[in-house]
Design a protein around this ligand. Structure first.
Ligand code: F0G
Length: 385
């Protein structure tokens, strides 16, 4: 029904326990025979496992009822119909749950006992949650002091072994790849091709909910897995005849962590790492995204682009969403921040909001202030109302 293919040299593999091509070192992707797709994109029962016929698992999935996230129309100052897909309403509060329901199921299917990841926070929170559900041991490497509190709290409470390293995410990822190899841990970072399969369902749901493909999809970009996965989802929908045109994939990076933006501006298909990435949006504080080549391909082939936004623009978009009842963490607001800077003509646009407001309460308190404290009597309160 599917096989693994190297995105660089095109070699096919049946062994599912490899992450990179044994021949050329390229990343792998799952290739489906999409003629097996058996779902209707009619807006009914939208949930991730509705698309099981295009998901690479053979056993009953480990699920916490992820997916089926709302697609909210929003009112912003651009000349297009704008929707926000609120991935922060997944079980652990981010889009990572889509990848984890598939990735953790795959770990069980392959008989693995332990899973591991490096993370800026959300991947670890999600992996901890799903591996707890599945009864797997979870090991997490985080950049010390740079993970938002809500995410750390989740990883700890769901029982992962959390190791904070004195180094950034890029270093943590290098280390976890090595330790997973040495200790036989199942690696659940986005070098794992099965995680993408879960994440591509964002594309399926957008078309399911809208009834058609939008003109453009704006995606916050860190390690660049999600934008690549969503693009893959649209490709499969086109191949299976559900849509005619692929939306423009528009990646948005933070100015202080912008290697893919730089590559795009120079028309390149690979990146120069940013040595010391820095941004308020800690989720996308990544200087050497492993999926950069995949993401750039998605952008170029869909005639999209990569934008960069400042921390101020991110916070302003975050507040704009909050005022419409949509609570997101800083990285998630970068997609809307990107749209607000973009001057192309679109009819329908979807911005992906990747994670929940509660993930980073400290940032929220910094940018929104503290409550007024008064004595407990009615006249004091009356004065304030
Ligand atoms: N938005 C949020 C809230 C994220 O947590 C991430 C990635 C992204 C956007 C970017 O997605 O990496 O696929 O380009 N977070 C990872 C983590 C790196 O460890 O949680 P990407």
């Amino acid at each position: 029904m599917y096989l693994l293919r190297c995105i660089e040299c095109g070699e096919n593999f049946e062994n599912e326990l490899i992450y990179t091509c044994p021949k050329c070192g390229g990343l792998l992707e799952v290739v489906f025979d999409v003629s097996n797709a058996d779902f209707r994109l009619d807006g009914n029962n939208v949930t991730l496992w509705k698309y099981r016929s295009l998901l690479p698992v053979r056993i009953e999935p480990v699920t916490l009822f992820e997916g089926g996230t709302p697609l909210y129309p929003v009112d912003v100052d651009v000349d297009a119909r704008v929707f926000v897909k609120h991935e922060g309403l997944n079980p652990s509060g981010s889009f990572k749950d889509r990848g984890m329901t598939v990735g953790v199921t795959k770990a069980l299917e392959l008989g693995m006992k332990s899973v591991a990841c490096a993370s800026t926070g959300n991947t670890s929170a999600s992996m901890a949650m799903y591996s707890a559900r599945a009864g797997l041991r979870a090991y997490v490497l985080l950049p010390s002091g740079k993970v938002a509190l809500g995410k750390l709290a989740q990883a700890m409470m769901h029982g992962a072994r959390v190791i904070a390293i004195r180094g950034n995410f890029d270093v943590a990822l290098k280390l976890v790849r090595e330790i997973s190899e040495r200790k036989g841990l199942y690696l659940l970072n986005s070098v794992n091709p099965f995680r993408f399969e879960g994440q591509k369902t964002i594309a399926f749901e957008i078309v399911d909910q809208l009834g058609h493909a939008p003109d453009a999809v704006f995606v916050p970009v860190g390690n660049a897995g999600n934008i690549s996965a969503i693009y893959k989802g649209f490709l499969e929908l086109r191949e299976a005849g559900y849509i005619d045109e692929i939306p423009k994939m528009i990646g948005v990076q933070a100015e202080g962590a912008n290697p893919i933006y730089r590559a795009f501006v120079e028309g390149k298909d690979s990146i120069e790492p940013v040595e010391n990435p820095e941004t308020i949006a800690t989720a996308i504080r990544i200087g050497a995204p492993v999926n950069a080549r995949k993401a750039l391909r998605a952008v170029y082939s869909s005639k999209g682009k990569v934008l960069q936004v400042s921390d101020e623009e991110i916070v302003s978009a975050q507040k704009m969403l909050a005022k419409q009842g949509i609570g997101v963490e800083p990285a998630s607001a970068s997609s809307l921040a990107g749209l607000l800077k973009e001057d192309s003509d679109f009819d329908t646009v979807v911005c992906i909001a990747t994670g929940n407001l509660l993930k980073d309460p400290e940032e929220v308190m910094r940018v929104s202030g503290t409550p007024v404290e008064v004595d407990a009597n009615i006249s004091e309160i009356e004065r304030l109302i």
